[in-house]
Design a protein around this ligand. Structure first.
Ligand code: C2E
Ligand code: MG
Ligand code: MG
Ligand code: MG
Length: 276
């Protein structure tokens, strides 16, 4: 009836209002030091589970909103084009932090389409590497299939130039977007990241998820690309993913996103084990 209609309108209004307030707060988030980066381990799927790197995941703590998840504030930042300065801050921080890890450890940074196609993006990446001293091969940029939707031609050109610098490229959340296999022949990715939904579906014996992971791994193997399974939480999921032949694993089973200081402690603990 009329009442439920009104409350629906009210909800929509409240959410738009919340986004507007969030946008206002996000504008000074970098200057007010409200952002930090957490790092989640990525390990080899092979039996020893060596640490190969970390994915940088941005965090926002704001006095009005508290801790806001990136799933919520990144879309707001994208709409307001604040993703360009925020993304640059994350990239520079991640490159600097990675320099403190042992010298084979990589760092992966998520890049939104508006950031990738912004005019100064190449310069920003080059200067982030230069200022931190991080070698290009230790930096990995993660993009999703959505980049091919809006201005595919421009995105492909920029990705080629990124590759030309020696930076690694990953295709994130694979299988959840508007997948068209054509772009895999236009851009040379290093890694395909199999979305968590397939990993968890496969663990529940969902035939479609199993078939999709098998197909992605077979295709990646044929194209000589690596694969990372996202969202591995349990021993059972780990075993299944190993059987399916994914090369790398990321998920709560091996580690949640952690503060930079805690990532350093991981190496110190490993060093103590080696000395002992
Ligand atoms: P993503 O790039 O696919 O990152 C993986 C997300 O899955 C992270 O969520 C991570 O905490 C979560 N995750 C990892 N392992 C597990 C697991 O075993 N179980 C479950 N349930 N979740 C797991 P988070 O940190 O909330 O980030 C969400 C998304 O926000 C990211 O998805 C990425 O698309 C975006 N994002 C995060 N940081 C940045 C950034 O600096 N720039 C941009 N453009 N996007 C970012
Ligand atoms: Mg990612
Ligand atoms: Mg992902
Ligand atoms: Mg994801």
């Amino acid at each position: 009836g009329g009442n439920s209609h009104n409350s629906y309108q009210h909800k929509l209004h409240a959410s738009a209002e919340e986004r507007r307030l969030m946008e206002v707060e996000l504008r000074d988030a970098v200057n007010k030091n409200q952002l930090h980066v957490e790092y989640q381990p990525v390990v080899n799927a092979a039996s020893d589970h060596t640490l190969v790197g970390f994915e940088a995941l941005v965090r926002w703590n704001n006095p009005k909103f508290g801790n806001v998840s990136p799933g919520k504030f990144i879309p707001v930042a994208e709409d307001a084009r604040l993703i360009v300065p925020i993304g640059e801050w994350v990239l520079r921080q991640a490159c600097r932090d990675a320099m403190q890890w042992p010298e084979t450890t990589k760092v992966a940074v998520n890049i939104s389409v508006d950031q990738l196609t912004s005019p100064a993006f190449m310069e920003t990446v080059i200067s982030a590497l230069h200022d931190s001293g991080l070698p290009a091969w230790r930096l990995e940029l993660e993009v999703t299939e959505s980049i091919f939707l809006r201005d595919g031609g421009l995105a492909i050109k920029i990705l080629e130039r990124i590759r030309g610098l020696g930076i690694k490229l990953s295709l994130d959340d694979f299988g959840t977007g508007y997948s068209s296999l054509g772009y895999l022949s236009n851009v040379r990715f290093d890694t395909i990241k199999v979305d968590r939904s397939f990993v968890q579906g496969a663990a529940k014996k969902k035939a479609e998820s199993l078939a999709i992971i098998r197909a992605v791994v077979a295709m990646a193997d044929a194209l000589d690309l690596s694969t990372t399974a996202e969202g591995v939480e349990t021993e059972a999921e780990l075993q299944l993913i190993q059987e399916l032949g994914c090369k790398k694993i990321q998920g709560y089973y091996f580690g949640r996103p952690m503060r930079f200081a805690d990532s350093l402690d991981l190496f110190k603990a490993a060093q103590r084990r080696n000395v002992a």
